[in-house]
Design a protein around this ligand. Structure first.
Ligand code: GLA
Length: 416
């Protein structure tokens, strides 16, 4: 009898324990449900257009619509460029009496909801810009202390992508600040790609995977091969920063290992087609961003884009390298200083992309000796030139090519 009672009591205690554990598990679930980034977004590097590189503060509703119309007509939307993002300077300098951000009515007379509806109807997604500090980099209101309110505003407008900058943040902790906005976006309930833009200052590749979908790895890009303008650098310097150690931090060697579906190293928006780059440089810049799995956010004036630049931006074989489902970022395997570099990227189907970048001021005769890269390419492969769209034999013998200054040869190797 006593045994039975003891058993019953023990049974009740254990049921109570399971119920309590159940509550605890449910509470933990709720807690995680309100504290995560939106999953299932940016499974390949985001593609689109951003206003900053060409227009800075000269943005308005008509420019955005003209850009979208041109990108639909010239094949960019079909090629995958889906996010149209307006950068800094879209808002008024002051919030309204209730603390809401207000779109500048001169620049955006129809308001953001109407613009989002229009872009959505055309087949695009719509992105906007904010800042984790008191003000944006151009001095407009930042979201510090208004994160949940601003996230609700963005969701109510139908925003799909938020680039979130790092100016005027004082002593804020970057991980904490970006986590707050991540949680605010999640609480607002609309799936929004979260683009972290703290310029790589706090090594986001070490902590941002659960917070954002992409994170900048450098200061701003400029439309030149290799120059300095205030805090901006040419694309070659940014590419080198991707691979070289940053003295004050844990280092950038092997940055590619931190990227993958849902979380990408962002080497900044493209300068392809902008005046400071030759056609060869635009092609190289585009190819290398594809090789390292960086987002492909065009930054040129679509209203005056030339057919040659559209051909670069819509090269489906190069885009396929960038959008490969495995999302493995490429790496530099060989450097002949001031002559050329060889970059490689493994692809889902067992193929490899190989890019030779001519870094010299003159044409280079390059001999690619496959047997010297035997550890990477143990098999025999056929070679397809992706820019010239032609077959170049196989890896049985070295590939000898002449590459113009600052241009690339990009091939896809397929196992024989
Ligand atoms: C920072 C960012 C740029 C751009 C400007 C806008 O410099 O890194 O990409 O958004 O701010 O002010």
């Amino acid at each position: 009898m006593q045994n039975t009672l003891e058993l019953m009591l023990a049974g009740q205690a254990s049921r109570l324990r399971s119920t309590l554990l159940g509550f605890a598990a449910a509470a933990a679930l709720v807690a995680t449900a309100t504290a995560q980034k939106f999953e299932g977004l940016a499974l390949s590097p985001p593609m689109g257009w951003n206003s900053w590189n060409t227009f800075e503060s000269n943005i308005n509703e008509q420019l955005v619509i003209d850009t979208a119309e041109e990108m639909k007509a010239n094949g960019m939307l079909d090629a995958g460029y889906e996010y149209i993002v307006i950068d800094d300077t879209w808002a008024l300098r002051e919030r309204d009496a209730d603390g809401n951000l207000v779109p500048d009515p001169e620049k955006f007379p129809s308001g953001m909801k109407a613009l989002a509806d229009k872009l959505h109807a055309m087949g695009f997604k719509f992105g906007i810009y904010g800042d984790a500090g008191k003000t944006t980099c151009a001095g407009y209101p930042g979201s510090q202390g208004h994160e949940y309110q601003d996230a609700r505003t963005f969701a109510s407008w139908g925003i799909d992508y938020l680039k979130y900058d790092w100016c005027a943040t004082g002593t804020r902790d970057a991980k904490e600040a970006y986590t707050t906005m991540r949680d605010a976006l999640y609480a607002a309930g609309r799936p929004i790609v979260f683009s972290i833009c703290e310029w790589g200052d706090n090594d986001p590749w070490l902590w941002a995977q659960d917070i954002g979908h992409l994170w900048r790895i450098s200061g701003d890009i400029y439309d030149c091969w290799d120059c300095e303008f205030k805090w901006s650098r040419g694309f070659k310097a940014i590419l080198d920063g991707y691979h070289e150690s940053k003295p004050s931090s844990s280092g950038r060697d092997g940055l590619g290992q931190y990227a993958g579906p849902g979380g990408w190293n962002d080497a900044d928006m493209l300068e392809v087609g902008n005046p400071g780059l030759t056609l060869a440089e635009s092609r190289s810049h585009f190819t290398l961003w594809a090789m390292i799995s960086s987002p492909l956010m065009a930054g040129n004036d679509m209203r005056v884009v030339t057919p040659e630049i559209v051909d670069i931006l819509t090269n489906k074989d190069i885009i396929a390298l960038n959008q490969d489902p495995d999302g493995v970022a490429g790496w530099r395997i060989f450097t002949a200083p001031e002559k050329y570099e060889i970059w490689v990227k493994p692809l889902h189907d067992g193929d490899w992309a190989v890019t030779v970048l001519n870094t010299s001021e003159t044409a280079e005769e390059v001999k690619v000796e496959w047997e010297r890269m035997e550890q990477t390419f143990p098999d025999e492969y056929t070679i397809r030139d992706l820019w010239a769209d032609k077959d170049l034999g196989d890896t049985h013998k070295p590939l000898e090519v002449s590459i113009p200054s600052h241009d690339v040869l990009t091939v896809r190797l397929s196992k024989k």
